[in-house]
Ligand binder design. Structure first.
Ligand code: 5GP
Ligand code: MN
Length: 330
């Protein structure tokens, strides 16, 4: 796909990403916004996105993000980044009515919702896809920083298995533009406020292990969120911390979003495909990081998720027994 060719005659271009935008989503939207503004100065380029966390405020274009989703508006080209159209929230109406819809994403659960789809599940972040698609001559320090932020957030600072030699080569090129990357990593990825750390502590303390310690779950209810005066953005990172526990193959973190309704985040290692589990319940994501929204009591939700996780363990155990058996015969 050639982004500039696709936008050649466009006068109005819109860009959006998923609800509860994370680093990759914010980075990709603002990187594309900067690129299009630079290369197509006569076009109007707008970003509609739920208000991102304050930690992303240094990214160029942050102040231009429109989180009010005003009345319907028609765009010549509309980009859905890091998700399919069903997760665009208030921006879905702009995407659906656009003359040309373009979907760029790296989620394995996304089948493509645009007139043009660039979906690459093997690539670590949507920002890495944006890097691949742009003319590198146009890179500058601000554009490089936006792309880099998405890469670090979705690869866990180049730790997860979605980091490839190419990812690191691209990151090396990006830091050559001279932005303060150690501070960016520290302030947007690792640093937590005191309250965020307290609620994480509480979630870890109250976590429950099951399936012989291979799974772990923790939940934060509305009352506790109100007590600490936190919102969903303050709960980022809890599920990763649960996944770090020795012996855990699958971690589940849930928080209450309404009456008998929970947002579910899952993390796993190579033993469980959490994207499959989340997709079954109407969500999606990646093999090792996925999410969904579920209805019911906390116990109903955990029981339903467990059935699917246990099913995957059982299949693997059977495969292992068969392999061991055939080994003995040889
Ligand atoms: P997180 O647990 O950090 O919210 O999300 C993990 C991954 O799963 C992210 O890539 C995120 O975009 C995706 N994800 C989380 N919740 C949902 C959901 O409800 N639907 C879909 N399709 N993807 C989700
Ligand atoms: Mn992403």
């Amino acid at each position: 796909m050639n982004i500039l060719q696709e936008c050649e005659t466009a006068k109005r271009i819109g860009i959006s990403g998923h609800v509860r935008p994370d680093g990759d989503c914010v980075g990709a939207c603002l990187a594309l916004w900067q690129y299009l503004r630079k290369c197509l100065p006569d076009a109007e380029v707008k970003v509609f996105l739920e208000k991102p966390a304050d930690i992303f405020r240094e990214l160029a274009g942050y102040e231009e993000i429109d989180s009010t989703f005003p009345e319907e508006d028609v765009f010549d080209v509309y980009f859905a980044l890091d998700c399919a159209s069903d997760r665009l929230g208030g921006a879905e109406k702009y995407f659906q009515t656009a003359r040309k819809k373009i979907n760029i994403d790296h989620h394995i659960s996304n089948n493509g919702c645009g007139d043009l789809n660039h979906i690459k599940p093997m690539v670590g972040s949507t920002c890495e896809l944006i890097y691949d698609l742009i003319d590198k001559e146009q890179l500058d320090s601000k554009l490089a920083m936006a792309i880099y932020i998405g890469m670090i957030h979705d690869t866990g600072v180049f730790q997860y298995s979605n980091t490839t030699p190419e990812t690191l080569q691209k990151a090396a090129h990006l830091i050559s533009f001279g932005f303060d990357f150690p501070r960016l990593i520290e302030e947007t990825f690792y640093q937590k406020t005191y309250i965020q750390t307290q609620i994480m502590g509480r979630a870890l303390l109250e976590s429950i292990r099951f399936m012989d310690g291979r799974c772990i779950v923790s939940v934060i209810d509305r009352k506790t969120m109100d007590f600490y005066q936190v919102d969903s953005k303050d709960l980022d990172g809890i599920v990763n911390q649960l996944r770090n526990i020795k012996g855990v193959d699958c971690a589940i973190f849930m928080y209450e979003t309404g009456v008998l309704e929970y947002k579910v985040s899952m993390r796993s290692n190579e033993k469980i495909d959490v994207s499959k589990v989340a997709s079954y319940f109407g969500g999606g994501g990646h093999m090792r990081a996925a999410g969904c929204t579920m209805k019911g009591t906390f116990h109903d939700c955990v029981n339903n998720l467990s059935l699917h996780i246990e099913g995957q363990f059982a299949t693997q155990d059977t495969v292992q027994i068969v392999q061991e058996g055939s080994g003995k015969e040889c």
